[in-house]
Design a protein around this ligand. Structure first.
Ligand code: ADP
Ligand code: ZN
Length: 722
């Protein structure tokens, strides 16, 4: 027999099928090792056939003794995705496998544990060997502990104690099941009439895509859980996608409580081993439900009954690394393959999605009321121009302060939202105008007070805080634009008795970083939660009765055609965190532009009005969804290489432009807005196309001009044009 193999090398030159001789019975989807050139490489069997048109084939060297890692559907899907985005198959296949499986580093379900040997006596350790003693005492206190952990904490002494016979090391099978301890009582709710209607409408619809447009707090999650339960009953599996941060402790415990071991959880904070185990639980059919961020769309589940994309408008569903897939596109392919429905949910659907729903391409279902007919929180607009006029230069308007004080007095909770972390946006010398910038990126540094350093928000680099201007020696440095740290500082000055928590990228490190903060807030350990957009989504804190939006204009002024849409979504989502419990909620929205149409629709909770306004604007200006913005980004270590790359892709692209002038609304090459990121020089060819018909040709230009010296890739309607 002959196996058609894709070798696991992501390079266009070897991006093709290689034939190898193999034994009878080898299955498609299996992992293999094959001789390749002068070495051996990993590969995947795509198909098995009788004969090959090539003579003198080499033989497959090793077949992994396990069920095929890739199911039939994955193979079909991978080929479609590779063709769509013009990326090497190897790169696409990697999406379907836990990375640990490729590296070969993880995989053993066995782990070494150390414990004190029977009769071990601490006096056998020299009194001067303090590290050995510390380890001994640790084991005395904690008992059996994984060796990896001990090696991290007590480096170098584990082996010594083992040699002395004081500790015993044994390998044991472990089951890594993340968040297994997270269970709460979570009986299914009695469904409301709207929820019942929604489920009935989804069940009876003929359409592939269903859009569940439900206001915040209308109980969309309960609808999803019912869909999943229904499918589980029929022996079918479910894919439940959420924006990364919406994997809240509450959501996880609800899923665990209802579906137990049938749920697999994928989360960027999982350890390599946990991810690997969850993956095999799905592949083996033990787990039939997956909940996770966008990469969970590649889960190895078979016989899928429903795919759900919650908060479908969220930017995290577009991948920003190769292959730059769109989660919706992949989900749709899987839904078609399985003949199942794709359910999108949001309180603020993207304009494009809503247009499809209005046009009848998708089935549109609405949840118009909050659970128990709770009112939507009333939004008060604070005009910050007037505050300044009155001499109030703080971050808090009089209205917000009044409401905060009332909330604290009532013993309720508040959330304050500001989409900028750190202490100040930039540091500027008031004498010469010098701005502190990152050495590897063309962006201003942000001052972080707590860590007393300057940070680059693009590459994460840290710099020592300046005491004087490095250009002119001036001592007067000004800190412009407030961040979350500064808001917390001000709050503590104003309300010393209030307990304040901060949630942003700086405070949520580690596996459970953001869970810890959310749980502390949910458990009533703080009165005020200050945070960036990560507090906007999905959270359900019944005690929150006040939401303050400190700078509603911030996202309005980006020169992005979607800035209005993003602002509307963000305000609606953040406001939706208020008044989800018994007590009605309030929102104070601070702005310098109270007349702005987007803000006015958001304040009135008028999604339809916003949509009408926005779609006619897009139509008039021929912006997406009435056109397609395509950017080819070229980057390289040196400016010369980046320019060389730009030249190589520009001329073939220009030819497409000259050949199809009627399909182009815009075509130009230029520096990328941020000229350098992480030391890489960046250029772009920016295009606005009337439709997607030329996309394959654009992708082909990048694929055919791939080169080691630079990186060139295509972005469709990029969320971030930096
Ligand atoms: P959404 O996702 O639409 O913002 P959630 O799904 O978070 O709303 O639901 C809001 C709250 O209402 C949650 O606390 C949830 O447990 C509760 N809930 C949902 N459905 C019902 C129901 N049928 N009866 C009572 N409470 C419900
Ligand atoms: Zn940087």
């Amino acid at each position: 027999m002959v196996a058609e193999v894709i070798v696991d090398i992501a390079h266009s030159e070897v991006d093709k099928i290689f034939d190898y001789l193999c034994d009878d019975g080898l299955q498609a989807g299996c992992r293999v090792t094959v001789p390749f050139g002068r070495t051996y490489v990993a590969g995947f069997v795509m198909r098995v056939k009788e004969t090959s048109s090539f003579a003198s084939l080499k033989r497959v060297a090793r077949v992994y003794d396990e069920p095929p890692a890739l199911c039939k559907e994955c193979l079909v899907l991978a080929e479609k995705i590779a063709a769509r985005y013009r990326v090497p198959m190897a790169l696409v296949l990697r999406l379907f496998l836990p990375s640990e499986m490729r590296s070969g580093k993880v995989g053993e379900i066995y782990r070494a544990f150390a414990s004190l040997a029977a009769g071990a006596d601490e006096s056998e350790i020299s009194p001067r060997a303090t590290a050995q003693r510390a380890l001994f005492e640790y084991l005395q206190e904690h008992g059996k502990t994984p060796c990896t952990l001990l090696r991290e904490r007590f480096s170098g002494v584990l082996a010594a104690l083992e040699k002395k016979g004081l500790i015993a090391v044994a390998r044991e099978r472990v089951q890594r099941s993340p968040y297994a301890d997270m269970t709460a009582e979570s009986a299914p709710h009695e469904l409301t009439a709207e929820q019942k209607n929604a489920l009935a409408a989804i069940a009876s619809s003929e359409k592939r895509v269903q859009l569940l447009h439900g206001v915040t707090g209308s109980g969309k999650t309960e609808v999803y859980l019912n869909l999943i339960a229904e499918n589980l009953k029929q022996g079918k599996s479910s894919v439940f996608l959420v924006p990364e941060i919406s994997l809240t402790p509450q959501m996880l415990s609800q899923l665990r409580a209802r579906f137990g071991g049938a749920v697999a959880i994928l989360h960027s904070g999982l350890s390599a081993g946990e991810r690997f185990d969850e993956w095999w639980r799905m592949r083996s059919g033990e787990a039939k439900i997956v909940v996770g961020a966008r990469s969970a769309v590649f889960s190895p589940l078979e016989n899928i009954g429903v795919i759900i994309i919650d908060e479908e408008h969220d930017g995290s569903y577009a991948s920003e690394t190769a292959p730059r897939y769109n989660t919706f596109d992949v989900a749709l392919l899987r839904a078609e393959y399985n003949g199942c429905k794709l359910v999108l949910g949001s309180a603020t659907p993207s304009v494009e999605t809503y247009m499809h729903a209005r046009a009848g391409d998708y089935n549109l279902i609405k949840l118009t009321k909050r659970i128990n007919s709770r009112p939507m929180p009333e939004i008060t607009v604070a005009d910050m121009r007037r505050e300044v006029h009155r001499g109030n230069n703080s971050f808090f308007s009089a209205a917000l302060r009044r409401e905060l004080e009332q909330t604290l007095a009532d013993g309720n909770r508040a959330i304050l939202f500001l989409n900028r972390r750190g202490y100040s946006r930039s540091v500027i010398c008031t004498e010469c105008g010098y701005v502190a910038k990152c050495e590897s990126c063309d962006v201003a540094l942000t001052y972080h007070h707590e860590e007393h350093c300057l940070k680059c928000h693009y590459c994460g680099a840290r710099y020592r805080m300046l005491t004087a201007c490095p250009e002119c020696g001036g001592k007067h440095l000004s800190y412009n634009g407030a961040g979350t740290e500064r808001v917390v500082e001000e709050l503590q000055k104003l309300y010393p008795a209030a307990r304040v928590l901060r949630m942003d990228n700086d405070t949520t490190g580690g596996k459970e970083g953001h869970f810890k903060i959310l749980r502390a807030f949910a458990d009533g350990k703080a009165d005020i939660l200050v945070g960036t957009q990560m507090i906007a989504k999905g959270h359900d804190f019944p005690a929150v009765t006040l939401v303050g939006i400190l700078d509603a204009d911030m996202s309005l002024h980006f020169s992005d055609y979607r800035s209005g849409e993003r602002t509307f979504q963000l305000i609606t989502q953040v406001a939706g965190r208020s008044g989800r419990g018994e007590e009605p909620g309030k929102v104070v929205l601070q702005t310098y532009d109270p007349e702005n149409a987007v803000l006015r629709y958001a304040v009135a909770y008028d999604y339809e009005g916003f949509y009408e306004n926005e779609i006619s604007l897009r139509r008039a200006t021929a912006f997406p969804p009435f056109s397609l913005i395509v950017r080819v980004l070229v980057s390289a270590e040196t400016d010369a290489d980046a320019l060389e790359g730009l030249k190589r892709v520009y001329f073939p692209l220009e030819k497409i432009y000259f050949d199809n002038p009627d399909k182009f609304l815009f075509f130009n090459k230029m520096h990328a807005p941020v000229k350098r990121i992480q030391g890489r020089h960046r250029y772009q060819v920016l295009m606005r196309l009337t439709d997607g018909s030329l996309l394959p040709a654009v992708y082909a230009v990048c694929a055919e001009n791939a080169d080691r010296r630079y990186l060139a890739y295509v972005e469709e309607n990029p969320a971030n044009l930096s």
